[in-house]
Design a protein around this ligand. Structure first.
Ligand code: SAM
Length: 240
């Protein structure tokens, strides 16, 4: 059986609500997927849960859906953010996609001393997060923030949000993630070049930071992001 098409929309969702499709969504639904009037799909907006919707109008560049019934309640991920230093384009895309699938509230690209790429296309990364949510059956889309210097973020950091500082200098030492305190968290992953000595000193002195090892091997940043979020979800998140 073909799986149901899922679309993220901006509109409020309620029974009988009409939802205008964007040009891209109309092209995807009617041009690529060959769907037409009467077809049932799922829609979500990140606030109102998951709804079934029926295609009421189908055109090449536009279309209208009518919301029918709520299929699932809104389910937000636990309050964990991912902070990461952007790397090469495809690997940065991978990090955003996997973070959205694994379940984070917010994705914050950070500029560190050794960050490979200081420019990011935020709209493109946000679109990857939307696509990941559409494909993984979730109904929440994490916001991708604009890139900010790590120092600036730390200056304004709310100490109540703990920071799982993945420190490659600890590779090989034992880390116990089973006793982490509950509450809001962020996971921090460095760039290919790792953290500078000054950054490491500052992070280690921070009240919010919990420096951890991700095992005996040095992982690529994209692997490290997936591993750290998996460990966090298992210890404190909604996988338990
Ligand atoms: N160039 C650095 C080096 O050789 O030590 C490695 C940086 S690593 C490719 C990128 C990021 O992944 C690190 O800054 C860290 O956040 C995380 N990472 C990778 N392996 C890790 C490990 N074994 N323990 C903790 N963090 C790790």
């Amino acid at each position: 059986m073909a799986s149901t098409i899922r679309l993220h929309v901006e509109h409020p969702l309620a029974a009988g609500q009409t939802v205008a499709l964007s040009r891209e969504q109309a092209h995807y639904l009617f041009g690529v997927m060959r769907k037409g009037v009467g077809e049932i799909l799922e829609v979500f907006n990140g606030r109102d849960g998951t709804w079934t919707a029926e295609v009421a109008e189908a055109g090449k560049r536009a279309g209208v859906l009518i919301c029918r019934e709520r299929r699932a309640a809104q389910r937000d991920p636990p309050d964990v953010w991912l902070l990461f230093a952007p790397i090469k384009k495809a690997r940065t895309d991978f990090i955003v996609e996997k973070a959205a699938e694994l379940g984070v509230r917010r994705i914050c690209p950070v500029q560190t001393e050794f960050t490979n790429s200081e420019r990011i296309r935020r709209d493109r990364l946000q679109a990857h997060a939307v696509e990941a949510a559409e494909q993984c059956g979730g109904n929440f889309v994490p916001e991708v923030a604009g890139i900010a210097p790590l120092g600036t973020l730390l200056d304004g950091w709310d100490a109540r949000r703990r920071l799982l500082f993945c420190d490659e200098a600890l590779a090989g030492s034992a880390s116990d993630l089973t006793d982490l305190p509950a509450g809001p968290w962020a996971v921090l992953i460095g760039p290919e070049g790792g953290f500078s000595a000054a950054e490491r000193d500052r992070l280690r002195a921070s009240e919010a930071a919990h420096p951890v090892s991700l095992g005996p091997r040095i992982l690529r940043a994209d692997t490290a992001a997936v591993a750290a979020l998996t460990l966090w979800q298992q210890a404190l998140g909604d996988w338990r």
